[in-house]
Design a protein around this ligand. Structure first.
Ligand SMILES: *[C@@H]1O[C@H](CO)[C@@H](O)[C@H](O)[C@H]1NC(C)=O
Ligand SMILES: *[C@@H]1O[C@H](CO)[C@@H](O)[C@H](O)[C@H]1NC(C)=O
Ligand SMILES: *[C@@H]1O[C@H](CO)[C@@H](O)[C@H](O)[C@H]1NC(C)=O
Length: 402
């Protein structure tokens, strides 16, 4: 901007100020004061509205007024779907995008799969996927536990990225890609694509871990947790050496009572399951919806009118047993779509009577790293840096905690 233009502007500004001052000095002082007060009130109101303060007064009571479509008892409908029958009421929310990559042989060779990792990944996160393959997603990490991993992707507009994804899948055979636009606002679609895939293409997995692609996960601690969710971490827990752990695992296999329990779970997947085998666990929240208009998690009263969310497991990492997976998958057919995947699952779980199990060793933030401090950590957020993930995981592995 030239000096001339600048002084021209400031001249105009001075003239306007002068004109305004003349106008206002003609008004009675009381009137000016009133105008200013009204303006302040309007501003404060607008700010409070924006912050969602008024919205809270209009919220309905979660404890007494909750209902969410579809209303009614879903359990008989879910049971029919699990049995492969046609239920009397038509589903209202079905994931019907087609799969471009299906990985259909991923689980076929093994009837006794312990864990399936389903990783929600973004198209361009090639490096993060590679780090996961080399660390907690390594299918050969534990010689005595069968593990599989897949990455869930949507689609994008860049043919070059798609070409690289095709190449990646040829090399690693672990990409499940469905035909919806890959965007974090479509996270519920991605989650639904994962549930559908796990139900239909990996029936042999006893437990499925859903995770983001920026997580650290300890497979060993996860297995410890699954063995006794309510008692984790074990009270006497001394630092477990690798050998120690394997020994415990073997003794578990040889214990008749536990083996029988395991079998029962397998057999009961399609029948009268015992409630214990329905595990849906992670870091559980009891919190109110965000009404602040600029929040990434803003939700309108129309979309969700209650003052609390149902108890929900944060979506960064959580584990479900096969029977909980089936219930949540088929329950989702009768639950109105919701944009946040963790809330959506919580709504399904509430409607089909699955209570989420809380464990504070699933960190939805990044837990400060120290070698000993990570002894019992099952999952921690904040590992989007592939090198950091590799180094933390390698250290924990050699310490016997991963
Ligand atoms: C997919 O499901 C939705 C309901 O969830 C329905 O409105 C839509 O017509 C279905 N599309 C196809 C191709 O079946
Ligand atoms: C979600 O995916 C659908 C189907 O591809 C697409 O129409 C929609 O725009 C996507 N939403 C966002 C927010 O990207
Ligand atoms: C974690 O580390 C950061 C930076 O190193 C430090 O400021 C913070 O106090 C630590 N938090 C805890 C809980 O130790």
């Amino acid at each position: 901007m030239t000096v001339g233009k600048k002084s021209h502007l400031s001249m105009r500004l001075m003239r306007t100020t002068w004109r305004l001052r003349r106008k206002f000095s003609a008004l009675p002082a009381k009137c000016v004061a009133l105008t200013i007060v009204s303006l302040v009130i309007i501003c404060v109101t607008v700010v409070l509205y924006h912050m969602g303060v008024f919205t809270h007064f209009l919220e309905k009571d979660y404890y007494t007024e909750f209902s969410y479509p579809l209303q009614g008892n879903l359990q008989p409908l879910v049971k029919e779907l699990i049995l492969g029958n046609k239920p009397p009421i038509k589903p209202i929310n079905v994931f019907n995008y087609s799969y471009l990559k299906l990985c259909h042989d991923k689980c076929s060779s093994n009837a006794n799969l312990k864990l399936l990792f389903v990783v929600k990944s973004a198209l361009h996160n090639f490096e993060q996927r590679q780090a996961i393959r080399q660390t907690w997603g390594n299918q050969l990490h534990l010689s005595h536990v069968e593990v599989r991993r897949i990455f869930l992707l949507g689609t994008g507009f860049d043919p070059e990225i798609q070409r690289k994804v095709d190449e990646e899948d040829r090399l690693h055979e672990d990409i499940v890609q469905a035909d919806f636009h890959d965007d974090y606002r479509n996270n519920t679609l991605k989650t639904m694509s994962g549930f559908k895939w796990a139900v239909e293409h990996c029936p042999s997995a006893s437990y499925v871990v859903f995770s983001d692609d920026d997580m650290y996960i300890s497979t060993k601690n996860l297995l410890r947790f699954i063995r006794n969710p309510s008692g984790y971490p074990e009270k006497e827990s001394q630092p477990l050496a690798v050998k120690d752990f394997e020994h415990r695992d073997r003794s578990l296999k040889e214990e008749p009572a536990l083996v029988a329990e395991g079998l029962e779970e397998e057999q009961n997947v399609f029948g009268n399951r015992n409630e214990e085998s329905k595990l849906y666990a992670g870091y559980v929240f009891h919190s109110p919806p965000q009404r602040h208009h600029s929040s990434k998690w803003y939700v309108s009263l129309k979309e969700y009118p209650y003052h609390l969310w149902p108890p929900y497991v944060t979506a960064g990492a959580y584990v479900v047993s096969r029977s909980a997976l089936l219930d949540l998958h088929y329950g989702s057919f009768y639950t109105k779509y919701f944009q946040f995947d963790d809330i959506f699952l919580a709504l399904v779980a509430l409607k089909i009577n699955i209570e989420p199990v809380h464990c504070s060793e699933f960190y939805f933030w990044k837990k400060n790293y120290s070698k000993l401090g990570y002894r019992d950590v099952i999952a921690s957020h904040g590992y989007g840096d592939p090198d950091e993930l590799r180094s933390v995981w390698n250290e924990q592995k050699s310490a016997g905690h991963a």
